[in-house]
Design a protein around this ligand. Structure first.
Ligand code: C2E
Ligand code: CA
Ligand code: CA
Ligand code: CA
Length: 279
């Protein structure tokens, strides 16, 4: 917004200045977060809606800042994307998630797939992507171990590259989910152009439904469209039993949200996996 008066302009300028100072401070500080071991992964379970069985775990990054407390990922991920630090961050997330999964497997806990969020630049930048492939080789990724979530905004600028790179990920046996579907400029085109296996419907979409016929109809139609295209559907942001009933009725495959479980630290996931055995 442009300020009119001279004073207004000064305020605007100061504001920008403050923001850029904050940006630089936070981005500098973020580089220390890894060596200081302030970053950790939380995991949120995903469930098969029909059977109620555990389907997978989405890895969600957390920054536990010593004085500021938990800083939301949307805040620092966007900084990391702008400064290029996202490369190191993505490597760390991938390694940590896989190592964690293998530790659970070694303990004899039920083996579940881990979903990992990947920023657009990781998918569309050739150099960065090659780096990720090196890690996948190093870790000797097995088919079915991981799923990668990408948002459409992340890939739409570089469709050709995204297509090649996502295809490469599939050769590792990694399944690909389109994240936040229904938010932003969903173009049905991407569904055809890119090799997706799973469609995740954005949580705001589900929350909009409430009692609105139209929204509910669109939701149902997305589920049907996805199924016609051989994609599995994950509903995110399942918060209530009513929403779950709705999803059941329209044959949504997988649910994720506070109704089932919040994102929780690894130690709590371990308990959850243990209770799956004794069930
Ligand atoms: P996302 O991929 O859409 O992740 C889902 C977000 O919804 C998570 O927020 C989760 O905590 C939240 N959520 C889960 N269940 C519910 C629910 O029932 N109701 C509501 N209202 N929200 C729910 P979170 O953990 O704050 O993550 C925010 C975003 O940050 C993620 O959105 C993802 O885009 C990004 N992010 C998180 N971890 C990573 C990462 O390791 N790498 C990258 N590139 N991005 C990440
Ligand atoms: Ca996600
Ligand atoms: Ca999402
Ligand atoms: Ca989101």
């Amino acid at each position: 917004q442009k300020a009119k008066g001279k004073d207004g302009f000064t305020i605007f300028e100061n504001c920008m200045h403050l923001n850029s100072i904050k940006f630089i401070q936070l981005s500098n500080r973020l580089r220390e977060a890894l060596p200081n071991k302030e970053l950790l992964l939380y995991f949120q379970p995903q469930y098969d809606i029909r059977t109620g069985e555990l389907f997978g775990l989405e890895a969600l990054i957390r920054w536990n800042h010593p004085t500021k407390g938990f800083i939301p990922p949307i805040e620092f991920i966007s900084i990391a994307e702008k400064t290029g630090y996202i490369v190191e961050l993505s490597e760390w997330t991938l390694k940590t998630a896989i190592e964690q999964k293998r530790e659970w497997d070694k303990k004899g806990l039920p083996s579940v797939k881990i979903a990992i969020n990947m920023s657009g630049c990781v998918i569309t930048n050739t150099k960065v992507f090659e780096n990720i492939c090196n890690i996948l080789d190093e870790l000797k990724i097995q088919p079915g171990e991981i799923e990668v979530e990408v948002t459409e905004t992340a890939v739409m600028m570089e469709l050709d590259k995204a297509k090649i790179h996502l295809q490469k990920l599939k050769e590792y046996g990694i399944s690909i989910a389109i994240d936040d579907f229904g938010s932003g400029y969903s173009s049905l085109n991407y569904l055809n152009l890119l090799p997706f296996d799973i469609l995740k419907i954005d949580y705001e979409f589900l929350n909009k439904i409430k009692n609105k016929e139209d929204e509910s109809l669109i939701y149902q139609t997305i589920i049907r469209l996805a199924h016609d295209m051989n994609l599995s559907v994950i509903a995110e942001g399942v918060e209530t039993i009513e929403q779950l009933e709705f999803l059941k009725k329209y044959q949504c495959d997988i649910g994720q949200g506070y109704y089932y479980c919040k994102p929780i630290p690894a130690i709590e996931i371990e308990k959850l996996l243990l209770s799956e055995i004794s069930m």
